[in-house]
Design a protein around this ligand. Sequence first.
Ligand code: PMP
Length: 411
Amino acid sequence: MKSLLPVEQIRAQFPILNENPHGKPLVYLDSAATSQKPRFVLQRLQAYYEHENANVYRGVYTLSARATEAYEQARAHVAAFIHAPAPEEVIFVRGTTEAINLVADRWGRENLQPGDEVVVTPLEHHSNLVPWQHICAERGATLRYAELAEDGSLPVENVAAVVGPRTKLVAVAHISNVLGTILPVREIAELAHQNGALCLIDGAQAVPHLPVDVQQIGCDFYAFSGHKMLGPTGIGCLWAKRSILDAMDPWLYGGEMISRVTRVSSTFKESPYKFEGGTPNIAGAVGLDAALTFLEQVGMERITEHESALTEYALSRLSEIKGLQWYGPKERGGIVTFNLEGIHPHDVATVLDNEDICVRAGHHCAQPLMSWLSCTATVRASFYLYNTFEEVDALCAGLLKAKEFFHHAVV
Ligand code: PMP
C-alpha cells in the first residue's frame, strides 16, 4: 500500500531502527509505550551539552543565559504546539504521571471537599486513576465512572449520566492507550463546565499523534509526556489555565521557585516557576523542543492520516487471523490491542520478539479496563510516523508463527 508519508526517508533518520537483536529487520510497534528518537533530537541534545550547558536562571555569565534561553524557548514552543495562550501556563514536569499527580496533590487537596465527586472512565491509564483514588479517599470525595459503550467508545451521554452538581472534576484520557478510543474531549469539557466542574485531559497518547488545541478543546488541565513524541525521557508538560495556576500553592519547595527567603518564611515566584522547584530537566526540554520541530516539519495532520491508514489496514489484516480477537472501536488512534485464543499474550510477544517485532503484552497500566474486557492481559501494537504497511504484514506473519509454535488448534 502507498504511504501518505515519505516513510523510508523518515526511517533513515532513526538510527535505532537499524538494530536487529535476532538478526531480522526491527519492527518497532511499541510507540505507545515510548517512541524512538530521530538523529535531529539526539544531535540537539549533544549540541546542548557541548555548547550551552549551565544551570538556568542562576548565572550572570553567557553560558547560563544560553541555557536559560534554550529552556524558555522550549516552553514557548510547547505552548505554540498545543495552542496554549501563554508560555507561563506550561509547566515542565517528568511526564504525564507527574503532571496529573501535581494537579491531584495541589488542586485536588485544595479544592475537593467531602461529598464532592471526580469523574473518570474505566479506560484510564493508572496515572489518571490512582492519583484520584488517593486524593478522593483523603478528602472524603467520591470517584465516579462514566461507563463505556459496548465497543469501548465513550458516548458523551454516558458522561452526562454521571456529571452533576457534586462533580468538581472530570478527568479523562484524550486517546486510550489500550483501545485507541478517541474520547469526545471537547464535549466532555463543555459538559464539565455546564456543571461547574473543571476538566483534565490526559493527552499522553494524543499530542504525539494528532494536532491538539487546548483552547479549542476548552479543558482546564492538559498533561502529556515528551518521550512518546520523539523527545527524551524525563520531560513532560502540564498545561493549565493561568487563573487556576495562580490560585494553586507551589509544588516542590526549594531552589529556583522562591522570591525571597528569610529564616522563618518565604515568598514564591509566579507560575510556572513556583511549580518547578530545583534544577529542571533542561536538556530534556531542549530535546523536546527539537522533537516538536521534527514533528512540525513532517506535519501533524499527515502523521494522523498515516497512522489512521496503518490502523485500518492492521484491523483488516488481523480480522483474517482465526482465533484472534481485537478490542475497541473501529474509529481510533494508531493502537491495536488483541488476544490470540488460548495463547498467553506474553507468549505471543516472546515469539514476536524472536522475529525482532516489538509489541507490548500485559495489562498496559489499565487493570480496570482489563476487567471490563474480561481478560487479564492483551497484546498491543502501536504505530507512529516511522511504521510501514510491510511491518503490519510482518506482525501478522509473526502471529501465524505464534499460533503454529504453540500447536494450537484454533478454529
Ligand atoms: N496516560 C496514558 C494514556 C499513557 O499511555 C501513559 C503512558 N503509557 C501515561 C499516562 C503515563 O505516562 P508517563 O509514564 O510518561 O508518565
